[in-house]
Design a protein. Structure first.
Length: 243
């Protein structure tokens, strides 16, 4: 494995963990000695792609965020989705996401936060698991070739634990036109999502994420109607028609 591959692995590790890691934790995550991990991290810290706090722990740096935001700003799909997501977030006061497949993984490409007191994760550029999310179910329903399910990590008691269980969720999502994730990935987090379909192609997934109590208060009908409307609005913009 080249030095570039190792550095990229380190960046993905720091980004996906979402918390500061000690050198030993980074080394373990990368499967290498502490000395090797330190050699990989040193130039990343120097360039601001990683940061080291006062306790010697490492986290993703602001330069990495800047690179990600710069790439997202040039992404036509993000530009098409941004005003639609903002309108939806303003209407319901909740966080709306656009999730897309890149290199077999699902990542958050765009995000609009509502004005509510509680804000939902994940961050822009963050990866989300395929088997434990509403977005993953919709990708498996409409474009399974774009994503990969390598393992069935059990995040909560509600996480699908087998391919058969997941297939049932995928078929339900395909038939009803939307998918839900009710605390399957993160305890206390509920999500509803709808596919962005244009010209017979899946471009991404619009998702509303909020705490479970707020999800229940808004009601499934209200939430699904709004995410479907947002997904359709983005599809119209992709096709060159303003919704």
């Amino acid at each position: 494995m080249s030095s570039i591959d190792k550095a990229l692995d380190a960046l993905f590790l720091l980004s996906e963990r979402g918390q500061a890691l000690r050198l030993g934790e980074v080394a373990h995550g990368l499967g290498m000695p502490r000395s090797s991990a330190h050699r990989i991290l040193a130039p990343l810290v120097k360039r601001g792609l990683a940061e080291q706090d006062a306790d010697g722990r490492y986290r993703a740096g602001f330069a990495l965020m800047a690179l990600g935001l710069n790439a997202a700003s040039r992404e036509p799909l993000a530009a098409a989705a941004r005003p639609v997501l903002e309108a939806a977030a303003d209407e319901l006061g909740e966080t709306f996401f656009l999730v897309v497949a890149r290199a077999g993984r699902l990542v958050v490409l765009e995000k609009a936060e509502g004005n509510g007191f509680l804000r939902a994760a994940p961050r822009l550029g963050a990866g989300v698991p395929v088997h434990a999310t509403a977005a993953g179910k919709l990708y498996l329903a409409h474009a399974p070739e774009q994503v990969t399910v390598d393992e069935f990590t059990r995040y909560t008691p509600a996480t699908p634990r087998s391919r058969r269980a997941l297939d049932l969720e995928v078929e339900r999502a395909r038939s009803q036109g939307y998918a839900t994730n009710l605390e399957e990935w993160q305890p206390g987090l509920a999500v509803a999502a709808a596919p962005v379909l244009a010209g017979g192609r899946l471009y991404g997934v619009v998702a509303l994420a909020t705490v479970s109590a707020r999800f229940s208060a808004l009601g499934l009908t209200t939430i699904t109607r709004r995410v479907i409307h947002a997904a359709e609005g983005i599809a119209l913009r992709i096709e060159g028609r303003t919704p």
